[in-house]
Design a protein around this ligand. Sequence first.
Ligand code: CMP
Length: 209
Amino acid sequence: LKYIARIAKEEMFSKGCKIFSESSSGESFYLTISGRIKIYTCSPSGKTKTLAYLDPHDFFGEMALFDQESRSASAEAVEDTRVLIINKKDFQKLLLKNPGLTLQFLKAVCQRLRQADKEIQSLTFQNVFSRIAHILLKMADKYGQPQPSGIKINIDITHHELAQLAGTAREMATRILKRLKNIGCIQIGSTDNKIVLTNIDKIKDLIHY
Ligand code: CMP
């Protein structure tokens, strides 16, 4: 940790600030301390697909350092975010000197690959309704806060962001949320606009593969 403290520099990115762009060259590795990062990719026609949201203690920017290719995706702060940045040479030295850390790191990368495989499965076999229902369940797992009426997803997520996660249009995400609300599966907080899952079993039943 002392070594990391020596080689890492801390930086702050304000909400909406781009940290790096897809296809740029990768010179650094990043660890989030606070805030939230969106990892996303754009199609040639300008459509955006969100690949992941990263929280405090998550890392990003390792792929371009490992395979010497360009950045596989863009990274943007969706909240005011503090990160630790380690340059490429120091990052490589750190891994070479610490086999235990390298193994932990490989484990985390494998978990991301598993997650990405699941996402391919979802995009291939599930319809948009099921994908959105699935995303809401995953978010409730990660950010859920029990309430008398159900499980509140305690992060600010817009319909637009939900659509970009599901790989669909914002209008479609809004329509699906409305349908989930009408059939008693979710409620939208009147003051904070946050989504509360009011019938998780029913949502699970509605997911088709
Ligand atoms: P890099 O390719 O250097 O720059 C973009 C970063 O986004 C990449 O390294 C990973 O750290 C991260 N990333 C890419 N794809 C995913 C994903 N599917 N899930 C989580 N993080 C990802």
